[in-house]
Design a protein around this ligand. Structure first.
Ligand code: NDP
Length: 294
């Protein structure tokens, strides 16, 4: 075989194999609300930001909701707003998902649901500062919230979803999964876990009707940066075009469910950035340059 023909054959085989394994067959289909048997979405971290936006958009798509976070009064206000606006049933669970008892409570509730269509593992927070100086308890909370909670809640949801051959699990990750910067060790590492977890789970769930997504937003306007950790962080230092709106992030995420992109990066700017960071040699060179300033 001539060299050119061999190269074309190898490329075609690689692209073929890649698309076979990359694309789960079908797509998550949104169904009109069935008043007799409405579907349910459970959203963690629903008391503000991206999680509250998932609640709004999923209610608008006709799903009943289970809203989870620590601040009960916020959840209750959102539940009342969305029930009135969309006629959906909203249950609230005030739980700290970084603690075993809180996580067990939500896990147990999921196992009682026979109509859970969407699970959004969104609750999360960031810290600033090198691990050597960081509060160990807070770092352990981050690992519990970003790793153990999504894993255990997914495991609770999967038996029902696979039996019904229908379900979507969204794990809210971050473009931080692709970044290596000082002061963010566990944030970066836990978000990288969520990406690997989602990709591998989707491979396991191929053909079952269950779709998995790791949503990787860049800077998004929420309360994320309003904690004492980010006291020195000034959002205005970053140009407006770098800031995403939670509504756009969530709309793109829900529209993309099951489209073959398990890792989903909303917005052209951040899609380009992630592509650059994943480019062999160039990506790691850029990272090393960035680390000089971090
Ligand atoms: P917010 O601070 O606005 O929301 C965080 C949510 O998580 C709140 O509802 C909070 O509720 C909940 N939460 C935090 N800790 C716990 C806990 N221990 N148990 C239960 N719930 C908890 O930030 P975002 O909306 O921006 O963050 C949502 C996700 O998006 C996070 O996973 C974050 O890492 C990710 N992300 C955010 C980006 C951004 O720039 N904003 C960029 C990339 C990713 P409560 O305090 O009531 O418990």
């Amino acid at each position: 075989m001539r060299k050119g023909t061999a190269a074309v054959a190898v490329t075609a085989a690689t692209v073929g194999a890649w698309s076979l394994f990359r694309t789960p067959p079908g797509r998550f289909k949104w169904q009109p609300r069935d008043p007799q048997a409405p579907e349910v979405a459970l959203i963690t971290g629903a008391s503000s930001g991206i999680g509250a936006e998932y609640a709004r958009q999923l209610a608008a798509r006709g799903l009943d909701l289970v809203l989870v976070a620590r601040r009960q009064e916020r959840l209750a206000a959102l539940a009342a707003e969305l029930s009135a606006a969309h006629g959906v049933a909203c249950k609230t669970i005030a739980a700290d998902l970084a603690q075993e008892a809180g996580l067990a409570q939500v896990e147990a509730h999921i196992r009682t649901l026979d109509n859970l269509a969407v699970l959004v593992n969104n609750a999360g927070f960031g810290t600033v500062g090198r691990l050597v100086n960081a509060d160990p308890a807070r770092q352990q909370e981050m690992v519990a919230l970003h790793v153990m909670a999504p894993m255990q809640l997914a495991q609770a949801a999967l038996p029902g979803m696979t039996a019904r051959k229908r379900g979507a699990i969204v794990n809210v990750s971050s473009i931080a999964a692709y970044v290596r910067m000082r002061g963010t060790v566990n944030y970066v590492a836990t978000k990288a876990y969520l990406n690997a977890f989602s990709e591998t789970l989707q491979i396991e769930q191929r053909g079952t009707g269950v779709y998995v997504q790791a949503l990787c937003p860049g800077f998004t306007r929420t309360e994320f940066h309003a904690t004492p950790d980010y006291a020195k962080f000034e959002p205005a230092q970053y140009p407006a075009f770098m800031w995403l709106q939670a509504g756009d992030v969530v709309r793109q995420s829900l529209d993309a469910l099951g489209n073959g992109q398990v890792i989903f990066v909303p917005g052209a700017l951040y899609r380009g950035l992630v592509a650059l960071l994943r480019t062999p040699v160039l990506g790691s060179a850029l990272m090393q340059m960035a680390a000089l300033f971090g």
